[in-house]
Write a protein that binds this ligand. Structure first.
Ligand SMILES: [Zn+2]
Length: 220
């Protein structure tokens, strides 16, 4: 008989969890934490996630999809033509119109309904799925265009300072990460000329200039 079997009750070693059991609990806790992280990142408006460095620019980690990147050739800017709203509201509108989900990849809020300057990441972007925001005869702008919608009606109002700041950062990141050149940052009206979107008070020319400046100043 080994001495081990005759240790008195209360021996500390007996009360300690076995290494295998400890590892099981560590693994379980990690799985739960990772699972929670995955869930919250897909919800509208959730944002206290750490920023990470990518190719050149530091962006919130939930802007980066885990799916293999689609081939993106265009960045198409929209306004919502409404005074308020957010990704969840537009998702409902789009579903009522027969879309499978929110047609845009990103929504930038204006403080009317959702916090000013918040960048909401659509589930379409996380899945790296084609857009449903810029119809054309050949379908290329939906197939290869990243759709960004700013909440507001820029035929009469202007983007808020925070919206513009986040738009510049987002477009700078997307154009840099996915190799979309400056002249392919366009407004919805440039797709087919059948809409005023994103409104006369949103200058795509100024956006291109500000993105160039941002990239020059933030490249590492
Ligand atoms: Zn539009």
């Amino acid at each position: 008989m080994s001495r081990r079997k005759h240790k008195p009750p209360g021996n500390k070693r007996k009360r300690r969890a076995s290494p295998a059991r400890s590892w099981f609990f560590i693994a379980l806790s990690s799985a739960i934490l990772i699972g929670c992280g995955a869930v919250v990142t897909t919800h509208w408006g959730f944002r206290p996630l750490p920023e990470i460095t990518g190719t050149n620019i530091v962006v919130p980690s939930h802007w980066r999809p885990e799916e293999t990147a689609r081939t993106w050739k265009w960045i198409v800017i929209h306004h919502s033509a409404s005074e308020s709203g957010g990704a969840a509201v537009f998702d409902t509108w789009h579903r009522k119109r027969g879309f499978d989900e929110l047609g845009y990849h990103f929504v930038i809020d204006n403080g009317e309904g959702m916090p000013d300057g918040d960048v909401e990441v659509g589930s379409r972007w996380l899945k790296q799925k084609q857009g449903a925001h810029a119809k054309s005869a050949d379908g290329q702008y939906n197939e290869h265009g990243i759709g960004i919608c700013l909440v507001g009606n820029f035929e009469k109002d202007e983007p808020t300072a925070k919206q513009w700041q986040m738009l510049v950062k987002l477009v700078a990141y997307l154009s840099s990460e996915y190799g979309v050149p400056s002249d392919r940052i366009i407004g919805h009206r440039d797709v087919n000329g059948k809409t005023l979107c994103p409104g006369k008070n949103l200058s795509v020319e100024k956006l291109r200039e500000d993105v160039k400046t941002y990239l020059r100043e933030n490249r590492k």
